[in-house]
Write a protein that binds this ligand. Structure first.
Ligand SMILES: [Zn+2]
Length: 640
């Protein structure tokens, strides 16, 4: 009798535990459904990363992402559930077990409140300072507690319902739910078929620093002959430089420019030009940082969020750290890249950063910047010199060779806030005109100072002999592909003695670096090494967009209404042939042509392309990259 009773209580205890577990998982799933649906609704009703998808694609993104988060959180909840079995106090155990769903719902409430106040009154978490940050923090804790109470209240009711389920059915559910999740996610498993050979080498490679300054025109640098001495430091080290006098970008936009520098591929090949474009498929793994990493490099990027961030641009296995955040081969974004369709991965990344940025801000872990607003209002935020100092510390601390990409923002217009007042004294910075050339020149002096810090810093830590620095820009000032931009290589040895006068382009940078290191240039890079004696001037093809708008977070992105076949996000193509430039408008198929300003060398002995050559080269480029070009609609450029 005694024995029977103890078996009875044991059984009912198991029964209760199973019911509680089931309830726990059900409440997590309901919370996730609410959360991801509300975030999805918020994102799809505004210009966003999902704008390019049709409604079926948008819906699928929601379904796949929700299954994915539910599965992940169900596993975490189960682990917490099992761990809490050791807690003997019933109330504490119950409290801990319901924290996950309470946290999800509190986060959702926080986001909804924040969206509401920011949209209507212009204040929110991102604008909160010390005291209001503390208030947000306390508010969030209250939300978690309130939701926890609410969940217990509701789950008291559902508990009754689930406890009435037949024990056999309940067991089936417990085993079946995890299996169901696994089966639901299986169709999306598509492990990458891009294999890279593993490679290790005893050879000691030099450090490589690619330094891109935003919107920097070559004809504003005294190194390139400008009458104002904007680059005294660069001039002082001219003996150790090799530079291209007529260098052009392949992209009128930042993301496209930086991506073509880091991959050696044309923006039309990768279809990366402007957010929300991102590397997809095989392109995610074919890039310079990936090749260097296989040779033992430690790779880092110091840039700005969004436009130049290699995480967002999807450089898989390319970087060990980005703006101080560590990444690794098995980091969630890298794993998700292989596991999930790209849109679901971007959606998850977007909703994760929307929440973590806010939570980090109210928990005083990391101040929430507003880089998108800062770009247009005040550049103090960019901390360009900090990028240089962090690069130096990294090189000093690592034993292995280091590859760094620095993106310098001080030269980004339309407003400039330089530290120097050499050319811009007396100009009211608060009420400055857009594209003020005096302020621009002082921002280039700032850049020159930054480069001095970098080069002298390398010397001080004994790494100058062992480092190749490449200075360039993502595009010309005011987002053009038709102005000369700088391309300067600085190294103590191994560079050609005389400078390059024939036209060069962004996609040449990666092959040149590989050539310098003695690493074979892969076929998929379409640029040419400039160290090769047989380098001949190539017609430079550039592309750009004319249509961008702001999303809900104040970030610029492509206007979905203009993204349509046959040219999608690409609005124009340019071609530079010696000092002549052509621009084809892809909406209207009209041509404009002009001379490149302040072209450095003479084109007298150059054999210029004929109008039909120009047209055919552009059509060939687009066709090779898979665009269905309506050739018959494209007239010949009228050159005279
Ligand atoms: Zn830019």
């Amino acid at each position: 009798m005694e024995k029977a009773r103890s078996t009875m209580t044991e059984e009912s205890k198991n029964h209760n535990e199973e019911t509680a577990w089931l309830n726990n998982i059900i409440s997590v799933i309901i919370a996730v459904l609410c959360y991801s649906f509300m975030e999805w609704l918020f994102i799809v009703t505004k210009p966003s990363i999902l704008s390019l998808e049709n409604w079926i694609g948008k819906g699928l993104t929601l379904v796949i992402s929700t299954i994915f988060i539910s599965a992940g959180l169900a596993i975490i909840t189960s682990i917490i559930f099992l761990l809490t079995k050791i807690i003997s106090n019933h109330y504490i155990r119950f409290f801990v077990r319901n924290l996950v769903p309470a946290f999800i719902l509190a986060s959702l409430s926080l986001l909804l409140i924040d969206n509401f106040t920011y949209t209507l009154f212009g204040f929110g978490i991102s604008t909160s300072q010390t005291i209001s940050r503390v208030l947000y923090l306390l508010g969030f804790i209250c939300l978690v507690l309130l939701w926890r109470v609410e969940i217990s209240r509701v789950s008291g009711k559902t508990q009754k319902a689930t406890s009435k389920l037949k024990p056999s059915l309940r067991k089936k559910l417990l085993v079946g739910l995890p299996i169901l999740f696994l089966l639901l996610t299986l169709p999306f498993v598509k492990f990458s078929d891009v294999s890279m050979p593993s490679f290790s080498s005893e050879e000691k490679y030099p450090n490589i620093i690619i330094f891109t300054a935003d919107g920097l025109n070559a004809d504003h640098l005294s190194l390139y002959g400008y009458e104002r001495d904007t680059t005294p430091f660069l001039r002082s080290i001219v003996e150790t430089t090799f530079f291209s006098t007529n260098h052009f970008s392949n992209s009128g936009s930042t993301s496209g420019g930086v991506t073509s520098i880091l991959t050696g591929k044309h923006p039309t090949t990768m279809r990366v030009l402007y957010p929300p474009d991102t590397l997809r498929g095989v392109d995610t793994r074919q890039h310079l940082p990936g090749i260097l990493k296989l040779r033992g490099y430690y790779n880092a990027q110091f840039s700005i969020e969004y436009f130049v961030d290699v995480k967002r641009l999807n450089f898989t296995n390319g970087f060990d750290e980005v703006d101080g955040e560590e990444l690794n081969e098995f980091s969630l974004p890298n794993l998700l890249n292989d596991y999930l369709p790209i849109n679901s991965r971007l959606f998850l990344q977007e909703i994760a950063s929307r929440l973590t940025d806010r939570l980090k801000h109210i928990f005083f872990i990391k101040t929430m910047g507003n880089p998108y607003l800062e770009i247009t209002t005040n550049q103090k935020y960019f901390d360009d010199l900090d990028k240089v100092n962090r690069s130096l510390s990294l090189i000093a601390e690592k034993d292995e060779p280091v590859f760094i990409h620095i993106h310098w923002m001080g030269t980004h217009g339309a407003k400039f806030y330089p530290d120097h007042t050499t050319f811009s004294s007396g100009i009211d910075r608060k009420n400055q005109n857009s594209w003020d050339q005096d302020l621009y020149d002082d921002s280039i002096l700032d850049l020159d100072t930054g480069l001095e810090c970098l080069i002298t810093g390398l010397d001080e830590i004994g790494e100058l002999e062992n480092t190749l620095v490449i200075i360039s820009s993502d595009h010309g000032q005011q987002w053009t592909t038709l102005k000369r931009i700088p391309l300067i290589f600085i190294a103590q040895s191994g560079l050609p003695k005389s400078n390059m006068v024939s036209n060069t382009q962004s996609i040449d940078i990666a092959p040149t670096i590989l050539d310098y290191l003695g690493i074979p240039v892969p076929e998929w890079m379409s640029g040419k090494s400039l160290l090769n004696d047989s380098h001949v001037s190539q017609p430079v093809i550039g592309v750009g967009t004319a249509h961008a708008l702001k999303d809900s977070e104040n970030r610029f992105l492509l206007d979905p209404n203009y993204i349509q076949p046959p040219f999608y996000q690409f609005d124009y193509v340019t071609l530079v042939d010696c000092n002549k430039s052509y621009k084809l408008n892809l909406d209207e198929f009209t041509w404009t042509h002009s001379k490149v300003q302040n072209y450095f060398s003479s084109c007298d002995s150059h054999v210029f392309l004929t109008p039909s050559d120009v047209r055919n080269l552009i059509i060939a480029r687009l066709t090779a990259d898979g665009f269905e070009v309506p050739s018959e609609s494209i007239p010949l450029p009228d050159i005279n």
